[in-house]
Design a protein around this ligand. Structure first.
Ligand code: GUN
Length: 287
């Protein structure tokens, strides 16, 4: 079998075009959606992610504020800036790119962002509300995975969904969203015994571990839908410098029914969902 490719780039373009129209309507009514993005320090990977987010805002005519703070920024200075943005009526979404330098407590930063502007969906208010089924914002990467599955026509109700990875950003919130959509969900992680025994049962397999090409074709049920959240840069060998996912695409695509590529799968969907959350937030502020 050769898997159908789930093109997240094409879907994200279509979603962003729709969002640009919604943003223009809001702007015409006097509320131009605005997103503030803060990057602390000089991580090249984070700088690329942030640049892509800002570019996507510009293309959708969403107002963006980009703040690049030095690596030695104090926690107090960052919290003070967040409080200013909380009070700024031109800003409807605030994103602080993670990870942060070691002198800054990530949890305190997330809790300082107003839940009403927490377009990442990381604040305890939104995380708890996701558990209860009523969040203001859902985290962008798992939301993007759900949109990809819906667009692909993958049956979710009653499906066995296996998520490899239990992060607060992806694995845990995605488990809640798939459960809400009536899948039977298993979360696997680094201590899971016989990982392949779990992954081989999956109708929907999501890899979000950050380990290059660790999910191979022999770990996949024939015909399964495979979603690869990983973005890894290969350090050595013939593919050195290239990006790859957590799934070994070459072997997996021989077995799966549908699969996301890296790049061009989940990554662009994350950005589209960030813009969607920002436009939703602006609409809420507009009343
Ligand atoms: N770092 C990696 N992914 C994310 C994300 O979705 N949001 C933020 N703020 N930081 C990240």
């Amino acid at each position: 079998m050769t898997a159908r490719i789930l093109d997240g780039l094409a879907l994200s373009r279509a979603i962003r075009a729709e969002l640009a129209e919604r943003a223009a309507e809001l702007t015409a009514r006097g509320t131009r959606p605005g997103l503030a993005v803060i990057l602390v320090g000089d991580s090249p990977a984070s700088a690329v992610y942030v640049r892509n987010k800002i570019r996507a805002c510009t293309e959708a005519d969403i107002h963006s504020i980009y703040e690049h703070m030095p690596a030695d920024t104090t926690e107090a200075a960052l919290l003070a800036r967040i409080r200013e943005l909380n009070a700024d009526p031109s800003v409807h979404g605030i994103l602080v790119q993670l990870p942060l330098p070691p002198q800054i407590d990530e949890a305190r930063v997330i809790e300082t962002i107003s839940p009403a502007k927490d377009v990442d969906g990381f604040h305890l208010h939104n995380a708890g509300a996701l558990l209860a089924g009523t969040p203001l914002f859902k985290p962008c990467t798992p939301l993007g995975v759900m949109k990809l599955l819906e667009h692909a026509g993958t049956p979710i109700e009653g499906a066995d969904a296996v998520i490899v990875g239990r992060s607060n950003i992806v694995g845990k919130p995605l488990a809640l969203m798939l459960t809400a959509a009536n899948a039977t969900v298993t979360i696997c992680h680094s201590r899971t015994r016989d990982l392949a025994a779990h992954t081989r049962r999956a109708d929907i397999l999501v890899a979000a571990v950050g380990s290059a090409r660790m999910i191979t074709g022999d770990m996949i049920k024939p015909g399964a839908t495979v979603i690869d959240v990983g973005i890894n840069r290969i350090a050595e060998g013939p593919d050195a410098g290239k990006l790859c996912g957590d799934v070994d695409f070459d072997s997996a695509s021989q077995v799966a029914g549908a699969i996301t590529p890296v790049p061009g799968g989940v990554g662009p969907m994350t950005i589209a969902m960030l813009l969607a959350n920002t436009v939703d937030s602006a609409r809420r502020f507009a009343g």
